[in-house]
Design a protein around this ligand. Structure first.
Ligand code: TRP
Ligand code: ZN
Length: 883
């Protein structure tokens, strides 16, 4: 750390309202190649009862001048430190004028004002505005902004900021200026500015109440033919929010700008979203079906923030899930409505289990509303986003869709234009429905993934079926004693033909619900007695994954097979298959570790045969069911973890299934090859996915015909999905087709950065033994650029977060490589460095050899001179004794 001082955490319990308000902000940017001049004029009012010094946040700024009410401040009237400036005394109402000088061209952190591909852009969430000017940089300060941009019109013909353009002109020295005004008060983290040589496509949306909104997507000139899907997605999102939530857009223009250098996915700046180009640009020959889905989801996400985040924002950063959890829930529902609800749910749950469950079970575990942080950028986590979305989903499950909508309406009615808390959201939901939500609120404050154990009992004489449920939650750092939560458990009961049984609880006059009902598990232990149950039922539990918990029920293999074939809940069909294959894989792992020979489970082969033979079913769902649980997911189920053994077992299963079902895979592959024109509708995507999964299995065999099929797919002129699927499996194999395929692909696509990212990533994820050596060679490739986060994620991130077998090489070489990368990156872009470092956090779970090496790697990072707060917090918490 700087000066070897340990950074101190910021705590929720220390929150106090701001002593001064900002009513209006007037900004003037003079953008230059050498220096950029920023003049800020803030109209401020004291809100504290007594005068106190004025504190403004600011980092890495050159202060040129400072005035209050037109008077230049004497040096003795204020003091400046690394984190900001303090003015000892100010009037009750006053105007502060500040001039700062910046060098955006040298800003590699990609926070504040920076340059990407020669264009200026900003990223202010969470605390980037303080790198532009001195300001009370906290989300509960909401002000009106006007922004003037002055720049060379040749280099920067496009100059954008929030709100509406109101005026423009030229300066005496031939520069052009544009003035923007945003009528909606906003926190400074939603400020944005863009200037550059950009083109746009334009469309319009007419709102339900008849207002015309201009929609523009700005990109670099060579990408102008890759914006259509993003525009379609935006129009769908606008219409969906009107239809489902009655929410309309509120300005006359909505702009999206795609940039190549970006720390995250995208940013919801008011009226001027800035996107990682990965979530805008798509053409069938350059983007995969997953890319298309990603764009739909992220465009929706940022658009939905206009109400959930911008109109109603967060009081402080501990409330981050107030906007992120809610907005993820909204984008998930949007994508479910636009594509396939069951497939979307399966993918979301897979991702929750792969990323959030491990986080909740490791040293970085924190509640959906954290109570302390060192660096807020470390809290844009799967817990805040994805578990937060599950918490919102549970309100809907408990209150019903209409009840949820009533809660949302009341939330906007009460809080439009305000900066609020998750308690306010809870109150709106409860009040609008006059509902008793018991201990539901604890979902916000308690970390850890709850465990729900279920037992059943059937009394044939009385025709009573009893479900007994017990909940518990493992301790997490700083939270040892856990309390019961209100957990909605959606259940159905199947008869022996797989038909739904009536659901009548003791004391009720008649059955309730049509096949599914939501049980409220409130206490540590509860019992539910269903009456008039004519036969012993098979329970279908936690339908649709109605709560983010680990549910345990002692199903037999046959019962899981039955649910796979008959459950009316499509999510639970998939889930039954996952449970069956997890069970098979874990049994093999035990055999392997006991030195027993491995044998393929006939039950699994039969289950797969049925899936593949089921030609009529939804192809996307069949495809999901054919994917074995990931190595990361399997690692979650055992302790200690030996990644090499897990990898071997999963490979054994894949190869075994491929050879047992070779003909069936070939038939399915051939039956689903593209015929007719290329399309990105959900059915066509499902077909491609199924076909490519079959090809993946076939490539587990040493099969020249499968390799030939891959090489043919590489020539597909119209589908990057098919090309990448083929290249992916070729990159895994020790075959002569591999090198020419990789080389040819690079030569063809070297000019397209997003495609080159795919090329890096699939090599970094290769299961070949020489992958680390290969990654190191690629670090010196002409196309590798350490300052570009997408490229770093594609090469280093794909290796450390997407290739457990190779990253966890028993020699520790993967860890050493990661430490090198983290330390190189930390000085340039601490946010990206800290994310990579997270791959070492859960060192305690691994077998002793790897565990010791991971721990050593973390200690090396923590001891590094001048380490960022970001990396320090991850390393220190990972190593902490109580974790
Ligand atoms: N608020 C953004 C979103 O979820 C994400 C975001 C937060 C972000 N901090 C960022 C994006 C920093 C880029 C850089 O939509
Ligand atoms: Zn968001």
């Amino acid at each position: 750390m700087k000066d070897n001082q340990q950074p101190q955490p910021i705590r929720l319990e220390d929150y106090t309202p701001p002593p001064y308000r900002v009513d209006s902000v007037d900004l003037r940017f003079e953008l230059g190649e050498d220096a950029t001049r920023v003049q800020a004029r803030l109209a401020m009012v004291r809100s504290a009862p007594e005068p106190v010094p004025l504190r403004l946040d600011g980092r890495e700024l050159e202060l040129v001048s400072l005035q209050i009410d037109g008077q230049v401040l004497e040096h003795s009237a204020y003091s400046v430190d690394d984190e900001g400036l303090t003015i000892a005394s100010v009037p009750e109402h006053f105007v502060v004028e500040i001039e700062t000088r910046l060098r955006p061209q040298d800003n590699t952190s990609l926070e504040g004002l920076y340059k990407s591909s020669g264009n200026f852009c900003t990223q202010c969430e969470a605390q980037g505005f303080r790198k532009i000017t001195y300001f009370p940089d906290r989300p509960d300060i909401m002000a009106r902004y006007a922004t003037t941009i002055v720049a060379d019109p040749q280099r920067y013909p496009v100059m954008l900021s929030n709100g509406n353009p109101v005026e423009e002109g030229h300066t005496d020295d031939g520069r052009r200026w544009v003035r923007w005004e945003d009528p909606f008060p906003k926190p400074c983290y939603l400020f944005a500015l863009v200037a550059g040589d950009l083109r746009y496509i334009e469309d319009t949306h007419v709102t339900a109440s008849g207002r015309r909104v201009a929609l523009r997507i700005y990109v670099e000139p060579e990408n102008i033919d890759k914006c259509d899907h993003a525009m379609e997605s935006l129009k769908k999102a606008m219409a969906w929010d009107e239809r489902v939530f009655g929410l309309e857009y509120d300005l006359d223009i909505y702009m999206i700008v795609a940039v190549n250098d970006f720390n995250m996915g995208a940013m919801e700046n008011k009226g001027l979203n800035i996107f990682n180009s990965k979530y805008v640009l798509a053409r069938p020959d350059t983007a995969t079906d997953d890319d298309y889905d990603g764009i739909l989801g992220v465009i929706g996400h940022e658009y939905f923030h206009n109400w959930t985040g911008n109109r109603v924002t967060c009081r402080d950063w501990f409330q981050l899930s107030l906007k992120e959890g809610l907005t993820v829930f909204r984008d998930q529902e949007f994508s479910a409505d636009m594509t396939s609800r069951a497939v979307k749910r399966i993918q979301d749950v897979r991702m929750l289990r792969a990323r959030q469950f491990p986080e909740d079970d490791g040293p970085m575990a924190h509640p959906v509303r954290p109570d302390a942080y060192v660096e807020i950028n470390n809290f844009y986590t799967a817990t805040v986003y994805e578990k937060g979305a599950e918490v919102v989903r549970m309100y809907q499950t408990l209150l019903g869709r209409e009840g949820f909508r009533r809660g949302m309406d009341l939330y906007f009615q009460r809080h439009d234009g305000q900066a609020v808390t998750t308690d306010d959201f809870y109150a709106a939901m409860a009040d609008a429905n006059d509902a008793d939500l018991g201990e539901f609120k604890r979902w916000y404050s308690q970390a850890g993934t709850p465990r729900v154990q279920v037992e059943s009992d059937y009394d044939r004489d009385r025709q009573v079926y009893t479900l007994r449920m017990r909940q518990s939650c493992p301790p997490t750092p700083g939270q040892h004693d856990k309390q019961p939560l209100l957990i909605p458990v959606a259940v159905g009961l199947l008869d022996q033909q797989g038909r739904p049984l009536p659901l009548q609880l003791e004391g009720e006059g008649q059955p309730v619900g049509s096949g599914t009902r939501v049980l409220r598990l409130g206490g540590a232990e509860e019992e539910y007695r269903f009456v008039n149950v004519p036969e012993a039922p098979l329970p279908s539990l936690l339908r649709g994954f109605s709560a983010p918990v680990r549910l345990e029920y002692p199903y037999s293999d046959e019962e899981l097979g039955f649910l796979m074939a008959h459950d009316s809940d499509l999510f639970n069909r998939w889930e039954a298959g996952q449970q069956l294959s997890t069970r098979v894989a874990l049994a093999l792992l035990r055999d392997l570790q006991a030195g027993e020979p491995l044998a393929l489970s006939a039950a699994l082969v039969e289950a797969y045969r049925r899936l593949l033979g089921n030609g009529v079913g939804d192809k996307a769902l069949v495809a999901e069911a054919l994917v074995l649980p990931s190595e990361e997911y399997l690692a979650e189920q055992v302790s200690p973890v030996d990644p090499a053994a897990i990898h071997r077992v999963r490979e054994f299963l894949r190869a075994g299934l491929a050879s047992a079902l070779r003909q069936t895979f070939w038939e399915c592959y051939r039956a689903n090859r593209e015929t007719g024109p290329y399309s990105t509708d959900p059915a066509a995507m499902g077909r491609r996915r199924l076909k490519n999964i079959c090809l993946g299995y076939l490539m587990e065999l040493d099969d020249a015909e499968a390799r030939r099929a891959c090489v043919e797919e590489l020539d597909s002129a119209h589908s990057m999905t098919d090309v990448i699927a083929a290249l992916n499996v070729l990159a895994n194999c020790e075959c002569e087709e591999r090198e020419p395929a990789l080389e040819g692909f690079y030569r063809k696509w070297r000019h397209d950065p997003l495609v080159v990212d795919k090329w890096f990533a699939l090599q970094a994820r290769s299961k070949r033994a020489d992958t680390l050596a290969r990654v190191k060679v690629l670090m010196r490739h002409e196309a590798f650029e350490i300052r570009n986060p997408n490229r770093v994620r594609a090469l280093v991130g794909a290796f450390s977060h997407g290739n457990p077998a190779r990253f966890h090489d028993p020699s520790g070489a993967g860890y050493e490589f990661l430490v090198d990368m983290v330390l190189r990156l930390d000085g340039m872009n601490p946010m990206v460095a800290a994310r990579l470092l997270g791959a070492l956090s859960r060192w305690r779970r691994f077998e002793p050899g790897r565990s010791a090496k991971m721990r050593q790697a973390l200690a090396t990072v923590r001891a590094h001179q001048g380490l960022s707060k970001d990396c320090y917090e991850i390393a220190d918490k990972s190593l902490a004794e109580d974790a």
